[in-house]
Design a protein around this ligand. Structure first.
Ligand SMILES: [Zn+2]
Ligand SMILES: [Zn+2]
Length: 213
């Protein structure tokens, strides 16, 4: 199943220009099997998600992109929004309490990556150094392909995943309809709800791919 795991819609994510119905129509048109609504720090009501699923006969799943002290984290399983900005350790406790999943979103976006044209000597981040970043030990996995990242940022993150033996996820981080499906996660098994999604993510039965250039 081809699912875009990381999408922002309006008006819940104020930075987004993408209407949820427009999202579903475009996702169907390009051949996705499902989409996840991962707004910034806001969680869709389960009945609103259910309504979208039923009305459009399409898999729509709820998640959230939490702004933590250690960067953005994609979370699945949370039902209540988090008040204020927390550390990844605090977030892990809350997510464990609901048996959810935590994925570091675009963890090295904007990092001083080796080989980057304008890299500054002394501030360069190597794959080995990236693997030792303390926040990573709180994650179930890492988003290895993000549709808003540069190719270099994605290539770097894929290398980090390989070194840590993690199966990275893919998501477009779409804020407009042409960005939907730029990166996706391909699951081996059928997913019908958030519970199935969490189970498959925890089991590592998926891979990240670039779907639409
Ligand atoms: Zn983000
Ligand atoms: Zn995002």
């Amino acid at each position: 199943m081809i699912i875009d795991l990381h999408i922002h819609t309006k008006p819940t994510s104020r930075c987004s220009d993408l209407d949820p119905v427009e999202l579903i129509e475009e996702a169907k048109r390009i051949g996705l099997d499902g989409v996840c609504l991962t707004e910034h720090d806001k969680i869709w009501a389960p009945d609103a998600i259910h309504k979208l699923r039923e009305e459009h006969n399409f898999l729509v799943l709820g998640g959230v992109e939490v702004t933590s002290m250690d960067g953005d984290i994609l979370v699945f399983g949370l039902e209540k929004e988090i008040a204020g900005i927390v550390s990844v350790g605090e977030l892990r406790k809350l997510v464990d309490g609901v048996e959810g999943v935590m994925i570091a979103s675009h963890p090295f976006r904007g990092a001083f990556i080796e080989g980057k044209e304008f890299f500054i000597p002394g501030l360069t981040l190597s794959v080995e150094e990236a693997c030792k970043k303390p926040f990573l030990k709180f994650m179930d996995t890492i988003e290895s392909l993000n549709g808003q990242n540069s190719d270099l940022e994605n290539e770097f993150t894929v290398k980090v995943c390989q070194k840590l033996n993690l199966q990275g996820t893919g998501g477009s981080d779409a804020h407009s309809h042409i960005e939907i499906g730029r990166s996706v996660t391909i699951f081996e098994n059928r997913i019908e709800n958030e519970k199935d999604l969490i189970k498959e993510l925890k089991a590592g039965r998926f891979k990240a791919e670039v779907f639409r250039q």
